[in-house]
Design a protein around this ligand. Structure first.
Ligand SMILES: [Zn+2]
Length: 315
């Protein structure tokens, strides 16, 4: 009686492997002497780029996996639409990886930090890994005053950045000053005397300009860096997910205080970045949080940076 064997591709591969082993008959099988330990997943803590005469370092102050992302992003669309966007991007729909990425800019004259993560420990670990000390930071710029941006300002021993001056948007500071907010009172108020408030078009340092991008919070600001004829935008929380927010700027986001205003800011800011083909750093983009966008339908396609900003002269 004939037996028909149907090989799946996997069993065909296994059969091949068995044949190879059989061919090595007479050779004693190797015994693994020591099992290497499992290390767990790993991500780098910093990435340093060049923008004209500036050095720009993105710092991974923290990352974690969060469940039920549809409760946060695309709250005005169906489960099916949400999952379809996830499927198309090869990411799960039932959980998401969150990143918190402050940016450190060395202009040559000043070391300027944008945002501070959820706590001093994660931020200082990344700053140290990148080769700096917190005492070297000359200015701290706060894009907006959510806990994951002001959390690193203060620790048990007081201010994390002993020698820093501070910059933030006047509208943002005024808004939180008028609220009962424990973290603002603890982390920002004690530094009030050291804060400079700016408005749309305000300058942080030569080559660094603030722009209003309201909506996520009442006074949320982004910053344009320019050096040696090159530009890069620090877009903070204008878009908080590279698919569900950049790809679909009209999808509502739980964390946006003004849903309509935030969507308008997303379209305006990323429309400009797409038109000018300039790189941006997004605080919650997948680390190292640097990329480009192109207009795509009613939203934007995220193009992670590869080597554009680390290249030297050919030679
Ligand atoms: Zn944030």
């Amino acid at each position: 009686m004939q037996t028909t064997i149907h090989l799946t591709r996997r069993s065909a591969l296994m059969t091949g492997a068995a044949a190879v082993l059989a061919g090595a008959a007479g050779v004693a099988p190797r015994v693994a002497l020591a099992k290497a330990e499992m290390k767990g997943t790993a991500v780098p803590l910093f990435s340093r780029l060049k923008l004209g005469d500036f050095e720009v370092t993105t710092l991974l102050a923290g990352t974690r996996t969060v469940g039920a992302p549809h409760g946060i992003f695309g709250t005005n669309v169906s489960d099916a639409d949400f999952k379809a966007a996830a499927d198309a991007a090869f990411i799960p729909a039932d959980k998401a990886q969150f990143y918190f990425t402050p940016t450190l800019v060395n202009t040559g004259a000043e070391l300027i930090l944008f945002d501070t993560g959820t706590d001093p420990a994660g931020l200082v670990a990344a700053i140290t890994a990148a080769g700096y000390a917190p005492e070297q930071v000359d200015k701290v710029v706060i894009t907006h005053m959510h806990p994951d941006h002001i959390g690193g300002l203060m620790g048990e021993g007081g201010a994390t950045f002993a020698n820093a001056a501070y910059v933030t948007g006047a509208t943002e500071h005024n808004f939180w000053s008028g609220q009962a907010n424990e973290l603002f009172d603890k982390n920002v108020k004690p530094l009030n005397d050291k804060f400079t408030m700016i408005d749309d078009g305000g300058t942080v340092a030569p080559g660094i300009t603030g722009m209003n991008a309201y909506g996520h919070t009442p006074g949320h600001m982004i910053f344009m860096l320019e050096s040696g004829g090159q530009r890069l935008a620090v877009t903070a929380d204008t878009a908080n997910h590279y698919i569900w927010s950049l790809g679909h700027p009209d999808w509502e986001v739980k964390f946006d205080a003004d849903k309509v205003g935030a969507a308008a800011s997303r379209k305006k800011v990323f429309g400009m970045i797409a038109a000018d083909r300039i790189p941006f750093i997004g605080y919650h983009m997948p680390f190292p949080a640097t990329g480009f966008v192109e207009a795509d339908g009613s939203g934007f396609r995220y193009v992670p940076a590869s080597y554009q900003l680390i290249m030297g002269e050919p030679g």
